[in-house]
Write a protein that binds this ligand. Sequence first.
Ligand code: FES
Ligand code: FES
Length: 156
Amino acid sequence: MKQQVLTFILNGEEVAVLVTPTETLLDVLRERLQITGPKRGCDDGECGACTVLLDGEPVRSCLTLALTVEGRTVTTVEGLMVKGELDRLQKAFYERGAFQCGFCTPGMLMVAKSLLAKNPNPSRDEIRSYMAGNLCRCGSYEEIIEAIQAVAAGEY
Ligand code: FES
Ligand code: FES
């Protein structure tokens, strides 16, 4: 299949990569750019493990055709650290044990990042509702909610 050049901003830097029209953003991130934070769980839009931010909004990268991000801004979990410092959410997840295997964590972090950008002080119900599309097979939901609450409370 014919390839074409896709150019977009990835974690603050412009990248240009050859892609085919049927490749998803998840394919391009993981297979062509070796950005492996976004995970391939269901590959069908169900689990949220592949979530990235597209112009600040969470999207399922397994359902996003790569060519639709031309000229746009994509942030993955790799882009959360600033100058070698973990993001507040990363610190809270780590210190509060908000994961077991960690497979869901990159997607959870990106959705939580989006939530706090829109609503810096969400209630427990608002957190549950906003995070509802992201599944954790290890059942770390309580710790995930507590970590987000701790960040919202200014503990990180
Ligand atoms: S891998 Fe994309 S939603 Fe599960
Ligand atoms: S920590 Fe294992 S799937 Fe969430």
